[in-house]
Design a protein around this ligand. Structure first.
Ligand SMILES: Cc1cc2nc3c(=O)[nH]c(=O)nc-3n(C[C@H](O)[C@H](O)[C@H](O)COP(=O)(O)O)c2cc1C
Length: 302
Protein backbone atom coordinates (compact mmCIF):
# COMPACT_ATOMS: atom_id res chain seq x y z
CA UNK A 1 0.00 0.00 0.00
CA UNK A 2 2.83 2.44 0.87
CA UNK A 3 5.51 1.10 -1.48
CA UNK A 4 7.15 4.02 -3.25
CA UNK A 5 9.38 4.16 -6.27
CA UNK A 6 11.90 7.00 -6.08
CA UNK A 7 14.29 7.47 -9.00
CA UNK A 8 14.17 3.77 -9.83
CA UNK A 9 14.63 2.46 -6.28
CA UNK A 10 11.84 0.82 -4.30
CA UNK A 11 11.11 2.03 -0.73
CA UNK A 12 8.81 -0.09 1.48
CA UNK A 13 7.24 3.18 2.64
CA UNK A 14 7.92 6.84 1.75
CA UNK A 15 9.17 7.94 5.19
CA UNK A 16 12.90 8.72 5.32
CA UNK A 17 14.68 9.97 8.42
CA UNK A 18 15.59 13.62 7.78
CA UNK A 19 19.26 14.63 7.90
CA UNK A 20 20.72 15.50 11.30
CA UNK A 21 18.12 13.72 13.38
CA UNK A 22 19.80 10.41 14.12
CA UNK A 23 23.43 11.27 13.50
CA UNK A 24 26.03 9.48 11.48
CA UNK A 25 26.68 6.14 13.16
CA UNK A 26 25.62 2.94 11.42
CA UNK A 27 23.98 1.70 14.63
CA UNK A 28 21.78 4.77 15.19
CA UNK A 29 20.63 4.82 11.56
CA UNK A 30 19.83 1.11 11.78
CA UNK A 31 17.65 1.79 14.84
CA UNK A 32 15.47 4.05 12.73
CA UNK A 33 14.87 1.16 10.33
CA UNK A 34 13.70 -0.98 13.25
CA UNK A 35 11.33 1.88 14.09
CA UNK A 36 9.63 1.70 10.73
CA UNK A 37 11.15 4.17 8.27
CA UNK A 38 11.58 3.28 4.59
CA UNK A 39 14.96 5.01 4.16
CA UNK A 40 17.53 7.03 6.11
CA UNK A 41 19.45 10.24 5.54
CA UNK A 42 22.74 10.73 7.32
CA UNK A 43 23.68 13.94 9.18
CA UNK A 44 25.35 16.41 6.78
CA UNK A 45 29.08 15.72 6.46
CA UNK A 46 31.91 18.20 5.97
CA UNK A 47 35.48 17.60 4.81
CA UNK A 48 36.98 18.05 8.28
CA UNK A 49 35.39 17.09 11.64
CA UNK A 50 33.33 19.89 13.24
CA UNK A 51 32.35 20.30 16.89
CA UNK A 52 29.45 22.65 16.10
CA UNK A 53 28.18 25.50 18.28
CA UNK A 54 28.54 25.60 22.09
CA UNK A 55 25.52 24.66 24.22
CA UNK A 56 22.65 25.37 24.46
CA UNK A 57 22.12 24.18 20.90
CA UNK A 58 18.48 23.06 20.96
CA UNK A 59 15.19 23.28 22.80
CA UNK A 60 11.71 21.87 22.30
CA UNK A 61 8.37 23.71 22.75
CA UNK A 62 4.72 22.70 22.47
CA UNK A 63 4.49 23.16 18.68
CA UNK A 64 8.05 23.47 17.46
CA UNK A 65 11.67 22.68 18.04
CA UNK A 66 14.57 25.10 17.59
CA UNK A 67 18.22 24.16 17.04
CA UNK A 68 21.56 25.64 16.17
CA UNK A 69 23.71 22.53 16.36
CA UNK A 70 26.11 24.10 13.87
CA UNK A 71 26.60 21.05 11.63
CA UNK A 72 28.72 19.04 14.07
CA UNK A 73 29.95 15.85 12.40
CA UNK A 74 32.98 13.54 12.42
CA UNK A 75 34.26 14.56 8.96
CA UNK A 76 34.23 12.65 5.70
CA UNK A 77 36.80 9.91 6.49
CA UNK A 78 35.02 8.69 9.62
CA UNK A 79 31.58 9.13 8.01
CA UNK A 80 32.51 6.81 5.12
CA UNK A 81 33.47 4.08 7.64
CA UNK A 82 30.12 4.48 9.45
CA UNK A 83 28.09 4.40 6.25
CA UNK A 84 29.84 1.17 5.24
CA UNK A 85 28.89 -0.31 8.65
CA UNK A 86 25.27 0.73 8.13
CA UNK A 87 25.07 -1.04 4.77
CA UNK A 88 26.35 -4.23 6.42
CA UNK A 89 23.42 -3.99 8.88
CA UNK A 90 20.69 -3.01 6.43
CA UNK A 91 19.95 -2.76 2.72
CA UNK A 92 17.34 -0.03 3.21
CA UNK A 93 18.00 2.92 0.85
CA UNK A 94 20.64 5.27 2.26
CA UNK A 95 20.87 8.97 1.46
CA UNK A 96 24.25 10.62 2.01
CA UNK A 97 24.34 14.33 2.87
CA UNK A 98 27.15 16.84 2.44
CA UNK A 99 27.83 20.52 2.93
CA UNK A 100 30.79 22.70 2.01
CA UNK A 101 31.92 26.30 1.67
CA UNK A 102 32.38 26.62 -2.12
CA UNK A 103 31.06 24.92 -5.29
CA UNK A 104 34.50 23.33 -5.85
CA UNK A 105 34.52 21.88 -2.34
CA UNK A 106 30.97 20.56 -2.84
CA UNK A 107 32.27 18.75 -5.95
CA UNK A 108 35.21 17.27 -4.02
CA UNK A 109 32.93 16.17 -1.18
CA UNK A 110 30.49 14.55 -3.63
CA UNK A 111 33.34 12.51 -5.10
CA UNK A 112 34.52 11.45 -1.62
CA UNK A 113 31.12 10.47 -0.17
CA UNK A 114 30.42 8.32 -3.21
CA UNK A 115 33.19 6.02 -1.88
CA UNK A 116 30.53 5.03 0.68
CA UNK A 117 27.68 2.69 -0.33
CA UNK A 118 25.06 5.45 -0.58
CA UNK A 119 22.05 5.19 -2.90
CA UNK A 120 21.34 8.93 -3.21
CA UNK A 121 23.11 12.13 -2.23
CA UNK A 122 21.41 15.11 -0.60
CA UNK A 123 23.14 18.48 -0.86
CA UNK A 124 22.66 20.71 2.17
CA UNK A 125 22.86 24.29 0.94
CA UNK A 126 20.17 25.55 3.28
CA UNK A 127 21.31 25.32 6.92
CA UNK A 128 20.31 28.63 8.57
CA UNK A 129 22.66 28.22 11.53
CA UNK A 130 26.16 28.68 10.14
CA UNK A 131 25.90 32.11 8.50
CA UNK A 132 28.62 33.61 10.72
CA UNK A 133 31.07 31.19 9.09
CA UNK A 134 29.66 30.70 5.59
CA UNK A 135 27.47 33.77 4.96
CA UNK A 136 23.86 33.47 3.82
CA UNK A 137 22.80 29.94 2.81
CA UNK A 138 23.59 29.20 -0.86
CA UNK A 139 19.92 28.19 -1.23
CA UNK A 140 18.97 31.90 -1.36
CA UNK A 141 20.89 32.51 -4.59
CA UNK A 142 19.99 31.16 -8.04
CA UNK A 143 23.56 31.45 -9.34
CA UNK A 144 25.05 29.68 -6.28
CA UNK A 145 22.48 26.88 -6.62
CA UNK A 146 23.36 26.49 -10.32
CA UNK A 147 27.12 26.34 -9.66
CA UNK A 148 26.85 23.89 -6.76
CA UNK A 149 24.38 21.61 -8.55
CA UNK A 150 26.61 21.41 -11.64
CA UNK A 151 29.77 20.80 -9.55
CA UNK A 152 28.11 17.99 -7.57
CA UNK A 153 26.40 16.41 -10.57
CA UNK A 154 29.72 16.16 -12.38
CA UNK A 155 31.32 14.16 -9.53
CA UNK A 156 28.47 12.17 -8.00
CA UNK A 157 27.95 8.56 -9.05
CA UNK A 158 24.44 8.48 -7.49
CA UNK A 159 21.33 10.66 -8.08
CA UNK A 160 21.43 14.01 -6.24
CA UNK A 161 18.76 15.95 -4.37
CA UNK A 162 19.26 19.65 -3.65
CA UNK A 163 17.93 20.66 -0.22
CA UNK A 164 16.25 24.07 -0.26
CA UNK A 165 15.34 26.71 2.31
CA UNK A 166 11.84 27.90 3.23
CA UNK A 167 13.42 31.33 3.80
CA UNK A 168 13.88 31.77 0.04
CA UNK A 169 10.76 33.67 -1.13
CA UNK A 170 11.24 32.27 -4.67
CA UNK A 171 11.85 28.64 -3.72
CA UNK A 172 9.97 27.40 -6.83
CA UNK A 173 12.28 29.38 -9.15
CA UNK A 174 15.32 28.15 -7.22
CA UNK A 175 14.10 24.56 -7.57
CA UNK A 176 13.73 25.07 -11.31
CA UNK A 177 17.30 26.38 -11.52
CA UNK A 178 18.52 23.28 -9.66
CA UNK A 179 16.58 21.02 -12.06
CA UNK A 180 18.00 22.82 -15.10
CA UNK A 181 21.53 22.41 -13.66
CA UNK A 182 21.19 18.62 -13.32
CA UNK A 183 19.46 17.93 -9.98
CA UNK A 184 17.64 14.58 -9.93
CA UNK A 185 15.35 15.61 -7.04
CA UNK A 186 14.57 18.46 -4.65
CA UNK A 187 14.41 18.16 -0.87
CA UNK A 188 12.05 20.79 0.55
CA UNK A 189 12.60 22.05 3.17
CA UNK A 190 15.31 22.66 5.74
CA UNK A 191 14.44 24.47 9.00
CA UNK A 192 13.11 28.05 8.86
CA UNK A 193 15.21 30.72 10.55
CA UNK A 194 14.01 31.79 14.01
CA UNK A 195 14.94 32.57 17.60
CA UNK A 196 13.65 32.37 21.18
CA UNK A 197 14.39 34.65 24.15
CA UNK A 198 14.50 33.60 27.80
CA UNK A 199 12.54 36.40 29.47
CA UNK A 200 13.94 35.78 32.97
CA UNK A 201 17.52 35.71 31.71
CA UNK A 202 16.77 38.55 29.22
CA UNK A 203 18.83 36.89 26.51
CA UNK A 204 18.45 34.48 23.58
CA UNK A 205 17.93 30.83 24.51
CA UNK A 206 20.47 29.49 22.01
CA UNK A 207 24.17 30.25 22.34
CA UNK A 208 24.13 31.01 18.60
CA UNK A 209 21.19 33.40 19.29
CA UNK A 210 19.33 32.33 16.14
CA UNK A 211 18.44 28.82 15.05
CA UNK A 212 16.32 26.70 12.74
CA UNK A 213 12.67 26.04 13.56
CA UNK A 214 11.27 22.57 12.82
CA UNK A 215 8.32 20.44 13.93
CA UNK A 216 4.54 21.01 13.60
CA UNK A 217 4.80 24.84 13.28
CA UNK A 218 6.91 24.36 10.14
CA UNK A 219 4.39 22.05 8.47
CA UNK A 220 2.12 24.59 6.67
CA UNK A 221 5.17 26.48 5.42
CA UNK A 222 6.81 23.30 4.12
CA UNK A 223 3.55 22.12 2.55
CA UNK A 224 3.22 25.34 0.53
CA UNK A 225 6.86 25.14 -0.55
CA UNK A 226 6.32 21.59 -1.86
CA UNK A 227 3.03 22.62 -3.53
CA UNK A 228 4.76 25.52 -5.34
CA UNK A 229 7.82 23.47 -6.32
CA UNK A 230 5.63 20.66 -7.72
CA UNK A 231 4.14 23.17 -10.15
CA UNK A 232 7.54 24.32 -11.38
CA UNK A 233 9.62 21.11 -11.77
CA UNK A 234 9.23 17.60 -13.15
CA UNK A 235 11.78 15.89 -10.85
CA UNK A 236 10.55 14.20 -7.63
CA UNK A 237 10.38 16.04 -4.30
CA UNK A 238 11.36 14.83 -0.83
CA UNK A 239 8.74 16.73 1.21
CA UNK A 240 10.19 17.57 4.63
CA UNK A 241 9.14 19.85 7.47
CA UNK A 242 6.83 19.27 10.39
CA UNK A 243 5.35 15.95 9.29
CA UNK A 244 4.10 14.49 12.59
CA UNK A 245 0.99 12.44 11.76
CA UNK A 246 -0.31 10.19 9.00
CA UNK A 247 -2.63 12.99 7.94
CA UNK A 248 0.35 15.38 7.51
CA UNK A 249 2.14 12.72 5.47
CA UNK A 250 -0.80 12.22 3.09
CA UNK A 251 -1.29 15.99 2.71
CA UNK A 252 2.39 16.33 1.74
CA UNK A 253 1.91 13.67 -0.96
CA UNK A 254 -1.21 15.44 -2.21
CA UNK A 255 0.93 18.62 -2.48
CA UNK A 256 3.25 16.64 -4.75
CA UNK A 257 5.94 14.92 -2.64
CA UNK A 258 7.25 11.44 -3.48
CA UNK A 259 9.34 10.73 -0.37
CA UNK A 260 8.71 12.30 3.06
CA UNK A 261 11.51 13.45 5.35
CA UNK A 262 10.63 13.11 9.03
CA UNK A 263 12.78 14.54 11.82
CA UNK A 264 11.33 16.41 14.79
CA UNK A 265 8.40 13.97 15.03
CA UNK A 266 10.84 11.77 16.95
CA UNK A 267 10.88 14.47 19.65
CA UNK A 268 7.09 14.90 19.61
CA UNK A 269 6.02 11.24 19.26
CA UNK A 270 8.98 9.09 20.29
CA UNK A 271 11.55 6.92 18.54
CA UNK A 272 8.84 4.89 16.77
CA UNK A 273 7.26 8.02 15.22
CA UNK A 274 7.92 6.57 11.75
CA UNK A 275 5.83 3.47 12.46
CA UNK A 276 3.05 5.53 14.04
CA UNK A 277 2.90 7.78 10.96
CA UNK A 278 2.81 4.89 8.46
CA UNK A 279 0.13 3.07 10.51
CA UNK A 280 -2.01 6.23 10.50
CA UNK A 281 -1.49 6.67 6.76
CA UNK A 282 -2.80 3.15 6.14
CA UNK A 283 -5.87 3.71 8.32
CA UNK A 284 -6.83 6.90 6.44
CA UNK A 285 -6.10 5.27 3.06
CA UNK A 286 -8.38 2.34 3.89
CA UNK A 287 -11.14 4.70 5.06
CA UNK A 288 -10.82 6.78 1.90
CA UNK A 289 -10.44 3.84 -0.50
CA UNK A 290 -6.95 4.93 -1.59
CA UNK A 291 -5.05 1.90 -2.92
CA UNK A 292 -1.61 3.42 -3.39
CA UNK A 293 0.23 6.72 -3.08
CA UNK A 294 0.59 7.27 -6.84
CA UNK A 295 -3.19 7.65 -6.93
CA UNK A 296 -3.09 10.80 -4.74
CA UNK A 297 0.31 12.35 -5.54
CA UNK A 298 -0.28 15.99 -6.51
CA UNK A 299 -4.05 15.56 -6.19
CA UNK A 300 -4.37 18.92 -4.38
CA UNK A 301 -3.46 20.67 -7.65
CA UNK A 302 -6.84 21.28 -9.22
C1 LIG B 1 18.74 18.88 15.56
C2 LIG B 1 18.61 19.03 14.07
C3 LIG B 1 19.74 18.88 13.26
C4 LIG B 1 19.64 19.01 11.88
N1 LIG B 1 20.75 18.83 11.10
C5 LIG B 1 20.64 18.88 9.74
C6 LIG B 1 21.76 18.60 8.91
O1 LIG B 1 22.86 18.26 9.36
N2 LIG B 1 21.59 18.70 7.56
C7 LIG B 1 20.39 19.03 6.98
O2 LIG B 1 20.29 19.06 5.75
N3 LIG B 1 19.30 19.28 7.75
C8 LIG B 1 19.41 19.22 9.10
N4 LIG B 1 18.29 19.44 9.88
C9 LIG B 1 17.00 19.76 9.23
C10 LIG B 1 16.13 18.51 9.05
O3 LIG B 1 16.74 17.56 8.22
C11 LIG B 1 14.74 18.89 8.48
O4 LIG B 1 14.92 19.46 7.20
C12 LIG B 1 13.99 19.87 9.37
O5 LIG B 1 14.19 19.57 10.74
C13 LIG B 1 12.49 19.89 9.09
O6 LIG B 1 11.91 18.62 9.30
P1 LIG B 1 11.17 18.22 10.69
O7 LIG B 1 10.20 19.33 11.01
O8 LIG B 1 10.52 16.92 10.38
O9 LIG B 1 12.24 18.12 11.72
C14 LIG B 1 18.38 19.32 11.27
C15 LIG B 1 17.25 19.47 12.10
C16 LIG B 1 17.34 19.32 13.47
C17 LIG B 1 16.10 19.47 14.31
Amino acid sequence: MLTTNFLGKSFTNPIVVASGILGVTGASLNNAIKNGCGGVTVKSISKEPRTGHPNPTMNGYEHFFINAVGLSNPGIDKAIEELKKFKELSDVPLLGSIFAGTPEEFGEMAERICEAPIDFLEIDISCPNVSKEFGDPFAYSISAVEKITKAVKEKSTVPISIKLSPNAWNIDTIAKAAEASGADAITAVNTVSGMMIDVRARRPILHNKQGGVSGPALFPIALKCVYDIYKSVKIPIIGTGGITTGEDALAMIMAGATLLGVGSAVYFRGADAFKKITDEMEVIMKEEGIKNLDEIRGSAHL
